[in-house]
Design a protein around this ligand. Structure first.
Ligand SMILES: [Zn+2]
Length: 192
């Protein structure tokens, strides 16, 4: 804390699974309770008393925590539930995988829980969020009609069009599988 050294915070999401968050800084400590306060953002290093924030600072802190803590934990849990594969194309490169929200983040039901997530590679995540690709509540992948009719190179043909009609690969654990109502909600948006 005195040297202002950036640290890596490891969050234990499951036994033997640690999600790193960095850089973080220790900004206050309380010797009597042996606890300390971690800032997730450089901005909080200059605050005189980090243990009593103004309303604005508190709002910013909550938003930062969401981005810096909750999102990486969500990503880690979702990708792990799907055995580090894209649920549409089975691509197995962790660094190319993302955790997609089914109910979007902004929706009241858009909680960062595994059953509201899908492990998708970057291209399928983007296509899903752009409603160029839909997933039925019964886990079947559907492509936008126009996209399906287009003629172009191998990414369109193999990466997207050949996914039409494929069934999602689901997590082994039942409680990790995508919520049916959430899928139905998003599928409706795709249909519209
Ligand atoms: Zn994919």
């Amino acid at each position: 804390m005195e040297l202002g050294v950036p640290l890596i915070l490891f969050i234990k999401t499951e036994p033997n699974v640690l999600v790193p968050v960095h850089p973080v800084y220790v900004v206050a400590d309380d010797e009597s309770t042996q606890t300390f306060v971690i800032a997730l953002d450089e901005e909080f290093r200059d605050i005189a008393d980090p243990t009593s924030l103004t309303e604005d600072q508190r709002r910013y802190a909550v938003r930062t925590a969401r981005q810096r803590l909750h999102q990486p934990v969500f990503r880690g849990r979702v990708i792990r539930a799907y055995a580090t594969r894209c649920s549409i194309c089975s691509l197995a490169h962790g660094r190319l995988l993302e955790a997609a929200h089914i109910y979007p983040d902004s929706h009241p039901e858009g909680r960062a829980v595994v059953s509201n997530g899908l492990s998708l590679c970057s291209i399928h995540h983007a296509a899903y969020d752009a409603n160029l690709l839909g997933i039925t509540p019964d886990h079947v992948v559907q492509l936008d009609d126009d996209l399906l009719a287009e003629v172009d190179g191998p990414m369109l043909r193999h990466g997207l069009q050949e996914m039409h009609g494929r069934a999602l690969t689901l997590p082994a654990r039942r409680q990790d599988r995508p919520d049916r109502e959430a899928l139905a909600f998003r599928y409706e948006a795709f249909r519209r």
